[in-house]
Design a protein around this ligand. Structure first.
Ligand code: ZN
Length: 231
């Protein structure tokens, strides 16, 4: 079942090391099928050189395995919570890409300091809080998803306009309408985290992007009046 989505998820997972986002198997991509309300995710800890499209695991939003011989990525419940709570997303990417992880470990939001950021993220990428001891003991990966959702709700951020989050002391989760764009957003986040760190090192007083430029660049690529690229 969902053979086409398995291919897409498989290819997107291979793209993580190709784009320099991960080492070993420190990442996972999943893809959601709105019709069946099922999602396809990478198996846990399988070497990328040996992994095949048919190894991808099909799960439902209750975190149950629907099809697959291998165990799904241990982060599977986090993906399920995001699909359940953010209805427009079609793919989730989790990596420990170093530049974004540095910001997550610092416990800082990633401000929009340049148009590279504004083309993809409409404002700061938030850093969600540490999980509490009771959340960790209850159901760590599921509660990780809940903390992400809570962050967007409490801070009134639209997950479609800012399709990424950092988890304090952990790393980023990124999403999009499909696998290809979710990986792309993860690459953009990684690049802006790198750029911001050096920008702030060079000039600790460097300002975030003025709102007019943030709006201009975001709207150029997104929404009704977008005009970037080909029709
Ligand atoms: Zn992780």
């Amino acid at each position: 079942m969902l053979e086409k989505l398995k291919q897409e998820v498989y290819k997107a997972n291979l793209e993580l090391p190709e784009r320099g986002l991960i080492k070993y198997t420190w990442g996972n991509v999943s893809g959601f099928d709105p019709e069946t309300q099922l999602f396809v995710i990478k198996p846990s800890g399988v070497d990328y050189a040996q992994m095949k499209p048919e190894d991808m695991v099909v799960c439902n939003l209750d975190c149950e395995i629907v099809e697959g011989d291998l165990r799904p990525s241990s982060d599977m419940p986090t993906h399920a919570v995001l699909y359940k709570s953010f209805p427009n997303i079609g793919s989730v990417v989790h990596t420990h890409s170093p530049w974004a992880t540095i910001w997550a470990q610092a416990g800082l939001d990633v401000p929009a300091m340049g148009t590279t950021h504004a083309d993809t993220f409409y404002g700061s990428v938030p850093c969600a809080r540490f999980l509490t001891a009771s959340e960790i003991n209850r159901d760590y990966e599921y509660e990780t998803g809940n903390v992400i959702v809570e962050t967007f709700k409490e801070r009134n951020i639209d997950p479609n306009a800012v399709p990424a989050v950092l988890l304090q002391g952990h790393a980023p989760f990124v999403w999009a309408k499909d696998c290809e764009h979710a990986v792309m957003n993860a690459v953009v986040l990684e690049e802006v985290c790198k750029m911001n760190l050096f920008t702030q090192q060079l000039n600790a007083y460097a300002k975030a992007l003025p709102e007019e430029i943030l709006n201009k660049h975001y709207e150029r690529k997104h929404g009704e009046n977008a005009y970037y690229g080909q029709k």
